[in-house]
Design a protein around this ligand. Sequence first.
Ligand code: ZN
Ligand code: ZN
Length: 357
Amino acid sequence: MKTIATEETMRAVVVERFGGPEVLVLRELRRPQPGPGQVLIRVAYCGVCRHDLLTRSGAFPSISLPITLGHQVSGRIAVPGEGVSNLSVGQRVMTMIYQSCGSCINCVEGNTALCMTQRSQFLGEDFDGGYAEYVLVDEKMVVPVEDGLPLEHAAVITCTYGTAYHALLTRGGASTRQTVLVTGASGGVGLHLLQLARHFGITVIAVTNSPNKQDLLRRFGASEVIVNRDGRFAAAAKKATGGRGVDLVMEIVGGASLGESVHAVRNGGAIVLIGNIEGQPTSIKPAHFILKEISLIGTKSCTRHEVGEVCRLITDDQLGVEVDGIFPLDQAAKVHRMMEDGSAHGRFVLQVNGDIA
Ligand SMILES: [Zn+2]
Ligand SMILES: [Zn+2]
């Protein structure tokens, strides 16, 4: 039997069947090699996202297994493939989340998450991600990281600040005088969205179902916190806005709270749909959208330009990155458990090769 030499292998946390955190298993896999236009990244850190929990549990049954999770990667270029000229060995980098064609109308406009070809694929879901010592990506997914930006922070920027920036400013068009309600505010996207809103002078009403997260949310910039004990928050949001309703809702929870968000938003307001934590369908009444003239706006990931803007604000010390804990790669299952039992806020990061940061 042929044995694989150690230098050709890598450790990876793999999902071989859908299920609870226990299905995350550490495996020794063959290390991939880059083809033309691809790069192999030696992973320093990989962020853990709630989306990973959904993927692992089987919420998207069309995913083919086994798969290595992880769409928030930072590290250094290990091997640039043929034809890659603008990235060099050892360069500090992070990744975008979607692989894209680079030439369709959305890619040309920079919105690669909306690529219209078959090649639009989600890192750590459609192809192997960063819960591993190495990750293989298309060079177009790679974003260079400035020296002043720690790689443990770089790992989570795209999915947190990038998503928040695209949702709040680009899609929601939020402006200084507006009041924005944020559901699921104490999660990774929520806390970063709060900081962005504070930076841009936007008033935030935060909704959480954890009474013990009120201080945290105020510290991150919420002017008002609603503790949602029974799934209801619209009445409190109306009261907080003098009966008028909020201008904009950042709907991070999704289907489970969308009905309340419809009641919380003012006539002529908008709801930006960022997440759907439980992954379930929901029913809404079209009449509310007609009679209140509410806009329902989808938002997906972010553009390279937005990531660049956020990185600039972070390296200028105008925004902080919230990493709640850093754990070794082989503790991925423990991190998933902590996120599922609600003991976590902010964002967790797996340290894979932290020494190269
Ligand atoms: Zn994510
Ligand atoms: Zn495209």
